[in-house]
Write a protein that binds this ligand. Structure first.
Ligand SMILES: Nc1ncnc2c1ncn2[C@@H]1O[C@H](COP(=O)(O)OP(=O)(O)OP(=O)(O)O)[C@@H](O)[C@H]1O
Ligand SMILES: [Mg+2]
Length: 333
């Protein structure tokens, strides 16, 4: 257990502490509950324990399916050790069924099944009420990040959505929508961060559509604590299955070929040397020689789309240097 306990942030639901390791934080999950950007405040008995434990189990679930997260381990009922990240100030929201602000914004009835999952971004800024952002706002007004990172976050988020939908369906729960936060760790790796709990997911019972999340608190539906306990019980039940079965039951093998080349505006001294040599040998009509690398391997995955998401992640993290290099991924079954 870490000894240094300086709180570096006290949020609406958690306290974040430093530890002896500058790259590791301790998140203490409190029972305090807020809604409508803290206009409504209250307590949900044992929410801290429930949310810390559900988060730990769900971070494990997504990690087992190839998504990197900040989660290290649960050190007490209310506390997780997490890798410190620089949080990207975006709330990444996925919607499968219309609810909450989407209904308000579009005048739509709650419960409409969306044609396909929607990923949207809000500005993580309480003072402004976390406004919905367009890509142009993110890139050109706020200058938070670029298209490539947004595409990558969108891919990861849709992948997480498939993992969650699959997991929760087996325990009789519909995943209506949820909010994720991402951040970069000290090595520049993008990690799924914050928490995964009934505070930031909408969960409905698959048979009765009963709400089993923070909407019970927001809408004064009663039995809030019971709903959180029910979700904990079901997530624990579901986790027994995923930890005992092999993580990728229907996986097949794919051949992967990754080509990495320096970007067109980046100087490639090796390419230039070869171009000079070829020209001096009489091959006068060639230009723009680039020397790159090719990486080939086999990967087991449930589908070529999932394999591609994973390989993309590998390129961003290790196989290529995205600042100066472009890469192309080819996957064959
Ligand atoms: N791995 C991490 N490293 C650094 N900060 C983190 C990490 N995971 C989560 N956080 C941040 O810690 C805070 C968690 O506290 P809490 O959820 O109570 O905040 P909040 O009141 O929702 O505040 P905010 O409006 O900033 O999200 C959030 O600001 C969250 O972005
Ligand atoms: Mg929060």
């Amino acid at each position: 257990m870490p000894t240094a306990t300086k709180a570096i942030y006290t949020g609406k639901a958690k306290d974040i502490f430093e530890t002896e390791d500058p790259n590791v934080l301790r998140a203490y999950f409190r029972d305090s509950a807020t809604a409508f950007n803290a206009q409504k405040k209250g307590e949900i008995h044992d929410k801290g324990k429930v949310n810390a434990t559900i988060s730990a189990l769900l971070f494990n679930l997504v990690e087992q399916n190839g998504i990197k997260t900040h989660f290290i381990k649960q050190i007490s009922e209310n506390e997780l050790l997490i890798k410190k990240v620089n949080i990207i100030p975006l709330e990444v929201i996925v919607r499968n069924i219309a609810a909450g602000s989407l209904c308000k914004r579009l005048g739509m009835k709650e419960g409409k099944i969306l044609k396909a999952p929607i990923v949207e971004f809000s500005y993580k800024k309480d003072e402004l009420n976390d406004p919905l952002l367009t890509r142009a706002y993110i890139k050109n007004a706020l200058e938070i990040t670029d298209d490539k990172t947004l595409d990558y976050i969108t891919d990861l988020t849709l992948k997480a959505n498939e993992i969650f939908k699959d997991f929760f369906l087996k325990i009789g729960i519909k995943v209506v929508d949820f909010k994720l936060e991402y951040g970069f760790d000290k090595d520049g790796c993008l990690l799924l961060a914050d928490e995964l709990s009934p505070d930031n997911f909408r969960f409905w019972d698959a048979k009765t559509n009963e709400k089993l999340d923070k909407d019970r608190f927001r809408q004064d539906l009663g039995n809030v604590e019971g709903a959180y306990q029910e979700m904990l019980k079901r997530v624990k039940e579901g986790s027994k299955n995923f930890s005992t079965q092999s993580s990728k039951p229907n996986s097949q093998s794919f051949s992967v070929r990754v080509q990495v080349l320096s970007k067109s505006d980046i100087l490639d001294p090796q390419g230039q040397a070869v171009e000079k040599a070829l020209t001096s040998m009489g091959y006068k009509d060639i230009k723009d020689v680039k020397i790159g690398k090719e990486v080939v391997f086999k990967i087991k995955s449930e589908s070529s789309e999932k394999a591609k998401t994973e390989v993309n992640q590998m390129c961003e993290r290790l196989l290529a240097n995205p600042v100066i290099e472009d890469y192309r991924i080819e996957i064959t079954g």
